[in-house]
Design a binder for this molecule. Sequence first.
Ligand code: FA5
Length: 341
Amino acid sequence: MENVKREFEEELKSVKNFEELKQLKAAYLGKKGKLTSLFKKLKGLSEGEKKEFGRKINELKEHFERLLEEKSKEIFEAIKRESIESEAIDITLPARGINFGSLHPITKTIMEIEDIFRSMGFGVEVGPEIELDLFNFELLNIPKEHPARDMQDTFYINDNVVLRTHTSPTQIRVMKRQKPPVMFISPGRVYRRDSDITHSPMFHQVEGLLVDKNIRFSDLKCILTGFLKLFFGDVKVRFRPSYFPFTEPSAEVDIGCIICGGKGCRVCSNTGFLEVLGCGMVHPNVLINGGYDPENYTGLAFGLGVERFAMLKYGIDNIKLFFENDLRFLEQFSYHKGRLL
Ligand code: FA5
């Protein structure tokens, strides 16, 4: 019995897996096992010896079972430990980069323009891109024979409906539904039959309208100069007389050329200045068409091309880049690159 015990304990030490453990168990406790064969020896013993021998064998059996159970737990733990170690994640490894999307430069520019005007107290309105001829032209004091109404410049849907050629129709729409005072900007897409490196058939404008009592040209100058300095930094601003059918007087606004600093270059045609927007005092006819009394109210209005603002701000020399969706171009406006935070 002592020999069997010693042998079993010795063999158990070298057991490494469940298969070997099973074989060991069979070799000692199985039908033909070493311990089982000891039981057979009981037959040849006296009653007194049988009792003593039987008790010892049973104790030995329990001892073996206990050791087998412990070994089984030990193997199980070892397997578990091994799998945890082999599947461990190294959290010190650098992570795979996440692809951040980015706001389109035109969206960013509109947001920036909106932020500046909101800070001055302007609200934001939107108008439809498919517009009645009545709102796009007629009520804005653009007569039937005006060249802008030519098929060469305007996309007509039918005789009375156009793709709006500017955001100015929003002026009429808001005035018709809201009593004065009004003070809002209106960004959106506009369409013209126009295409070269600075002109696109679809582009964006931001309209501005302020109508109240005693609104003067000096208010217009102050608002637009303030806006341009906030948007472009400390640039020179110049107002130049111009003509729009819906404003009187009208002006175009130039800023000192950002490319050459005012010295004169190809971009500013050696003038040192770049035209950035159109503006003026709202024509009395437009106020009447909007339902306002021009004897009591005056207004200022302006309209700017967003692509032109974005091109000047970011030094982009071809308007087509905005619409080609080339990721190499768009990625440069991504927040995670840290350039435009
Ligand atoms: C207008 O559209 C007037 N509605 C602006 C206005 C509003 C004046 C209120 C007075 C009061 P204009 O046609 O100049 O004006 O266009 C305004 C700006 O749109 C231009 O300065 C230019 O920057 C931009 N623009 C015009 N055509 C295109 C084009 N095809 N592609 C890109 N930008 C353009």
